[in-house]
Design a protein around this ligand. Structure first.
Ligand code: SF4
Length: 68
């Protein structure tokens, strides 16, 4: 599968959510990636973690699209 440039969140490489390092996400990782990470700004802007990073608010290793 080729990755469409500009669609994948710029934080994906270092994101523990995208890298599937977080247990108990509540949904399968492929759903999370499709809904948030691989969806361009429309998806990213619904991610709490993305918004916090964009606004220089702090996140931790357990921060997800749903909660910081
Ligand atoms: S959209 Fe959110 S969960 Fe997905 S890679 Fe970006 S910061 Fe991580």
């Amino acid at each position: 599968m080729t990755m469409q440039l500009g669609k994948l969140c710029k934080y994906a490489d270092s994101c523990p959510v995208y890298q599937n390092k977080i247990k108990n996400l509540g949904k399968p990782i492929y759903i999370i990636r499709n809904v948030f990470c691989n969806r361009g700004f429309k998806g990213w802007s619904n991610c709490e973690r993305f918004n916090a990073l964009e606004e220089n608010r702090s996140v931790n290793q357990n921060s997800t699209p749903y909660k910081l």
